[in-house]
Design a binder for this molecule. Structure first.
Ligand code: GLC
Length: 564
């Protein structure tokens, strides 16, 4: 029996993720800003969502679009000022919307004052804020890095004749959590934001903050996939518990850790309530489903299968049966748009597959996270040319393939499905130039399909739009607590077309039927009697056919029944 049903606002809440650079420009520089978000708060509220997760808005030289922070207590000039931030927070409070910010403390920017000092000399007071390897010890043991052409996480630095560690770009040096002063700095900045009134943090790559500071050779078994090694630092849980004790326990806030490399078996170490660490985390099993093993961004050859998709969600549901709580997401700013990846962005199936995916996320157990634009079914942009990309990840991988004489054409093809910029194109508001996102040239191209109905204004005026379906489905979840807390039971486990499951809560049963296929599918559900069943929502009412225990589902049809 499920035991972790203690009610919490962050369990019942629906999260809406905003990539501020791409949401709404109000100054005409082609870059979204805080005033833009303020301008759109009524829209966000109208969706029925409860919590905004804001990607980083702190001062940053933007090597990785704000994930390289040079001042944790100020706002990036392009986005506005601290006054704008205060205004955003107060306008959100007026609308009863909560705010979770991004906490990026595995690394800072190399332009952060701490690093500027640290690199000056070996005896600088900030030296021990980062990981250094003196050059006289020889070349440091191999560590892999994202956003580095040679995938080398050690960078030689002249002033102190030493190497520093960076798991991401060379402009993102890793902070040394082993130093208690660093931890105090982090706790202080968290308090700074909590005291300002924010409601939580999404913690960037929090699974990798602890390092073995002897920096041993990478054990053989991790050479094909180094991420799990990074996620097994010796003091990780000590730090999270300390952070909880010193900061989190003092506020009514939510935490969700981004946890690449964390396996199911380790999940409860993070979110078991009795351990006092985090509330939720994002696992990467689904994000890795259509990728080569150990490769976050390389598409595998065979298409993903629905049975694999079901297995991931079903196994992760089991993890949180007694303790902890899950988070549900199908995309974010690092992974392609959900409809292009898990549904179909073809003309014929876009609408039903986008709404099917919404139905899925909003009828599962766990807290659902939606990426801006997912509510209107925004799709991958699939750039043909490398010059259209802005993302450091795509650009450095391109350079690295070029350097080694690899297949650049294959890479461009790969990025159409895997590139992060697919998920970062400007929000599609209306049919005005640049989709109403900006009046000037946007920092990243707008997807032209804003002219063909994928925009807010057009969908507002169509009661059958993807947007209005999203609102209805949000309401269905709000009206039925069983869709939040109820038990989950997979039906038709081996069916490669239809995902079917039952949710049960305090005597109420729900049957969710999702045809993840471009073909009509018929299924029989024999577990229930449907004499008094009531359809509570369907993304294709006209095609909905039920005769006794038999259901005919149109392509990408999604239906939820209440079964008595
Ligand atoms: C996380 C972020 C990603 C960023 C990286 C480094 O994975 O989601 O966007 O590039 O961390 O901070």
């Amino acid at each position: 029996m499920y035991e972790n049903t203690e009610r919490k606002w962050w369990k019942e809440g629906i999260v809406y993720q905003i990539y501020p650079r791409s949401f709404q420009d109000t100054t005409g520089n082609g870059i979204g800003d805080l005033q833009g978000i303020i301008k759109r708060l009524d829209y966000i509220k109208s969706l029925g969502v409860d919590i905004i997760w804001l990607n980083p808005v702190y001062t940053s030289p933007n090597d990785d679009n704000g994930y390289d922070i040079s001042n944790y207590r100020d706002i990036m000039g392009e986005f506005g000022t601290m006054e704008d931030m205060d205004e955003l927070m107060s306008e959100m409070k007026k609308r009863d919307l909560r705010l979770a910010m991004d906490l990026v403390v595995n690394h800072s920017s190399d332009e952060h004052q701490w690093f500027v000092e640290s690199r000056k000399s070996r005896d600088n007071p900030y030296r021990d804020y980062y990981h250094w390897w003196p050059a006289e010890k020889g070349t440091p043991p191999k560590r892999f890095s994202y956003f580095d052409i040679d995938s080398n996480a050690w960078k030689y630095d002249v002033p102190s004749d030493s190497y520093y560690l960076h798991y991401y770009s060379a402009k993102q040096p890793d902070l040394k959590w082993e130093n208690p002063k660093v931890r105090e700095e982090v706790y202080d900045l968290m308090k700074f934001w909590f005291d300002k009134g924010i409601d939580g943090f999404r913690m960037d790559v929090i699974s990798t903050i602890s390092k073995d500071t002897d920096y041993p050779e990478l054990p053989e078994k991790y050479k094909g996939d180094f991420i799990p090694y990074y996620a097994e630092g010796p003091h990780l849980h000590e730090y999270l518990q300390e952070m909880n004790e010193k900061v989190l326990s003092k506020y009514d806030v939510m935490t969700v850790g981004e946890a690449p490399g964390v396996r199911k078996e380790q999940a409860l170490d993070f979110v078991d309530e009795d351990r006092n660490e985090l509330n939720m985390f994002f696992h990467f099993d689904l994000m890795g489903l259509d990728r080569e093993p150990g490769e976050t961004f390389k598409m595998r050859k065979e298409p993903w299968k629905l049975t694999e998709f079901k297995r991931i969600f079903t196994e992760w549901d089991e993890v949180f049966v007694k303790k902890g709580w899950g988070s549900l997401y199908l995309n974010n700013h690092d992974f392609p748009r959900s409809v292009s990846r898990w549904g179909s962005d073809s003309k014929a199936h876009w609408k039903h597959s986008a709404t099917l995916l919404q139905t899925f996320l909003l009828s599962m157990r766990g807290t659902p996270y939606f990426l801006y634009g997912e509510e209107i079914g925004m799709t991958n942009i699939k750039f043909d040319r490398i010059t259209d990309y802005q993302d450091i990840n795509t650009l450095t991988r391109y350079e690295s393939i070029k350097k080694s004489g690899g297949d650049l054409e294959a890479f461009i093809k790969n990025e159409k499905d895997a590139g992060r910029d697919n998920a970062r194109t400007p929000m599609q508001w209306n049919t005005e130039p640049h989709s109403g996102f900006t009046v000037k040239k946007p920092w990243l191209k707008v997807n032209e399909n804003y002219k063909e109905g994928i925009n807010v204004a057009t969908q507002e005026s169509d009661k059958d739009s993807v947007l209005n379906y999203f609102r209805n489905m949000v309401q269905v979840r709000k009206d039925h607590l069983g869709l939040v807390y109820g038990t989950y039971r997979l039906l038709l486990k081996d069916n490669e077309k239809v995902y079917a499951y039952a949710r049960e809560w305090q005597g109420e049963q729900f049957l969710v039927l999702l045809n993840f296929s471009t073909e009509p599918s018929s299924v029989s559900i024999n577990e229930f009697s449907f004499e008094k069943a009531r359809l509570i929502i369907s993304n294709n009412q006209a095609e909905n056919t039920q005769i006794g225990n038999n259901f005919e589902l149109a392509p990408y049809q999604a239906s939820i029944y209440k079964v008595f």
